[in-house]
Ligand binder design. Structure first.
Ligand code: HEC
Ligand code: HEC
Ligand code: HEC
Ligand code: HEC
Ligand code: HEC
Length: 251
């Protein structure tokens, strides 16, 4: 090999190396799908966010996760949000009483809140620091929470339903998103009513368009598994697409 040919091989090798790294990011060897850590308080989503027809309170996800449609990061519900009810709702079973007592301890209910501490929830979903993920952009585009998180309203214990790897993000950005699919994934009711007039995309969280409408079919799976692949077909031109150049997710 001449000196010159050796040097021209370097960009090729570099390309291969970068290719391998990108490929590994695409398929996501580092993801923690299925992760379901124990929490400091055994908080049941089905009791709070599950449909009334299944014994839940039918609460909107945004009631507790109230930054999801406002900022890039959602964060965890403040203990004050819980105390709005749990200063008075003490629980009917021994287990419920014991868990609710813990909330009151964190909130320092007995001491008037002077020594209130945040509940140390264990974080489940996390992308690496070098990835830019703005919740608000997705939620306001009508991507339902369950599209990415699975049917949390049916999960006795939250687990990571999606891989969150790069290929997962890019698949949706390239192929586009249809709010009707998101509605189906949400699992509250699968079909928009015949007289649905639009306005906001059907299934937009927080808009009541398709979420928890009276008489809607409750989630199909009590175990909270992600709805099977939706069989709605939308003309390709009507799908909502997003940027997928490297800089949109990696500054
Ligand atoms: C009554 C308040 C409340 C409501 C309503 C609620 N959540 Fe939660 N959510 C919590 C709390 C508390 C946690 C932390 C404990 C846990 O993981 O169970 C949590 C955790 C989560 C997590 C895991 C966060 C992480 O660490 O990665 C997701 C995802 C989530 N909720 C989605 C939803 C969705 C989707 C809905 C609506 C179907 C919803 N939540 C409704 C209180 C609530
Ligand atoms: C497009 C996919 C997608 C949608 C839609 C989505 N999320 Fe997330 N969620 C994620 C990803 C990815 C993360 C990890 C983000 C990170 O590490 O910055 C996450 C993290 C979270 C967390 C943990 C945040 C924290 O700070 O501890 C909560 C809670 C959560 N999501 C709730 C929701 C709720 C409620 C909705 C609907 C209103 C929702 N998400 C919609 C993908 C999504
Ligand atoms: C809108 C009112 C409301 C809010 C807000 C609320 N809860 Fe509840 N929660 C209830 C009701 C009602 C019950 C059922 C109590 C019973 O009869 O046992 C309950 C039950 C519980 C239980 C006991 C479940 C069991 O049966 O073992 C826990 C734990 C709990 N809530 C935690 C929380 C936490 C943590 C928050 C804040 C993130 C929260 N709740 C916010 C109304 C609420
Ligand atoms: C189910 C579909 C879906 C998934 C999965 C998804 N996105 Fe998106 N994303 C969208 C849509 C739709 C928009 C466009 C929102 C708009 O038009 O305002 C968007 C917008 C964005 C934007 C803003 C782009 C811009 O134009 O500035 C970023 C950044 C982003 N997504 C990052 C991510 C990352 C990182 C992941 C994976 C962790 C991810 N997304 C997963 C559907 C998705
Ligand atoms: C839609 C959002 C999105 C876009 C666009 C995107 N990435 Fe990523 N990238 C991610 C996410 C999410 C991860 C974290 C994956 C994981 O943890 O498995 C990641 C991880 C990576 C990593 C780290 C791999 C590792 O294993 O540590 C590299 C390198 C990378 N991306 C390169 C690129 C390049 C080059 C492009 C442009 C061709 C690109 N990315 C476009 C979301 C994106």
């Amino acid at each position: 090999m001449t000196q010159r040919r050796k040097w021209t091989a370097i960009p090729g090798l570099l390309f291969l190396a970068i290719g391998a790294v990108v490929l590994s990011a695409y398929s996501g060897a580092s993801s923690s799908q299925g992760n379901a850590p124990d929490q400091p308080i055994a908080f049941p989503h089905p009791k709070h966010a599950g449909p009334v027809a299944k014994g839940g309170l039918g609460m909107n996800c945004l009631y507790c996760h109230n930054n999801a449609n406002k900022s890039a990061d959602v964060g965890m519900p403040a203990v004050a949000t819980c105390m709005g009810c749990h200063s008075a709702v003490l629980g009917s079973t021994d287990k419920a009483k014991a868990e609710i007592k813990k909330i009151q301890t964190y909130a320092d209910f007995a001491g008037g809140g002077k020594n209130a501490k945040p509940i140390p929830w264990v974080r489940i979903h996390k992308v690496p620091e070098y990835v830019h993920f703005p919740h608000v952009r997705h939620v306001n585009a009508g991507v339902t929470c369950q599209t990415c998180h699975g049917q949390v309203q049916g999960m006795p214990k939250v687990y990571q339903a999606s891989s969150l790897n790069m290929g997962w993000c890019i698949n949706c950005h390239v192929n586009g998103y249809d709010p009707k699919e998101g509605q189906k994934a949400a699992g509250y009711d699968s079909v928009p009513p015949a007289n649905y007039a639009g306005g906001v995309p059907y299934g937009t969280p927080g808009s009541n368009a398709g979420l928890m409408i009276a008489g809607g079919t409750p989630p199909t799976s009590a175990s909270g598994s992600v709805a099977s692949s939706p069989n709605v077909s939308t003309p390709s031109s009507e799908r909502r697409r997003a940027r997928y150049d490297c800089a949109s997710c990696h500054f």
